[in-house]
Write a protein that binds this ligand. Structure first.
Ligand code: TYD
Length: 206
């Protein structure tokens, strides 16, 4: 068996990344986790960030709260699992802050990147899969469900976030892969599996 690997799924809401993250975690026997909210502190932060009627954080405060969630997640969940030899699959990681708070909300990308380094003490994913999806399809998929605070923002914001994910992937090197979230499910799954095989030499158990 090779080393424990850390895999992140990223993308705009409704792209289908959570479904892929779940499937890959099952197939690898990995720990499935998510941001924001998968620690005791994180659950409180998630509520403040997304579901609290009276709280509407300014962009920098939002970035700091997401970073606090990430710090706790790295320290208490991801690093211990990797140290124990368990693969970890996360639904969202650094890319979400760079895309939403950086490209979307306009926080300086260099400062924001430094904040990510602080929050994670340098932990990076071995593979980041961006599940790309156009904003209209994402909207149509989310229609009917209840929206959190960030999902209520306008299309122009989501266009910037989507473009942000694509830019991150373009500059991210071989550990970043973009797959088409609007492709037929079998094709999408095959593209994700191909990324796991080519970047990490990992095969899913089916
Ligand atoms: P998510 O849990 O994927 O949404 P869902 O409620 O559909 O399960 O993500 C919650 C929201 O948080 C999503 O709109 C993206 C946003 N987010 C950021 O803006 N920055 C971040 O760093 C992270 C991790 C999430």
């Amino acid at each position: 068996m090779g080393p424990a690997r850390f895999i992140a799924f990223e993308g705009i809401d409704g792209a289908g990344k959570s479904t892929q993250a779940r499937r890959v975690a099952r197939g690898l026997g990995a720990l499935l986790t998510f941001e924001p909210g998968d620690t005791d502190l994180g659950r409180e932060l998630r509520h403040l960030l997304l579901h609290h009627e009276a709280v509407d954080p300014s962009p920098r405060a939002e970035a700091l709260l997401m970073a606090a969630d990430r710090a706790e997640h790295c320290e208490r969940v991801i690093r211990p699992a990797l140290a124990a030899g368990t693969h970890v699959v996360t639904d969202r990681f650094i890319g979400s802050s760079m895309a939403y708070q950086g490209h979307g909300a306009g926080i300086d990308l260099v400062e924001l990147r430094q904040l990510q380094g602080f929050a994670t003490s340098g932990l990076q994913a071995d593979l980041t899969v961006v599940v790309d999806c156009d904003v209209a399809t994402s909207r149509a998929r989310l229609a009917g469900g209840s929206r959190d605070r960030l999902e209520l923002l306008d299309d122009a914001y989501f266009e910037k976030v989507r473009a942000g994910f694509l830019a991150l992937a373009a500059e991210g090197g071989p550990s970043w892969v973009v797959v088409d979230g609007t492709a037929p499910l079998e094709e999408l799954e095959a593209a994700v599996d191909a990324a796991l095989a080519s970047v990490l030499s990992l095969d899913l158990e089916r």
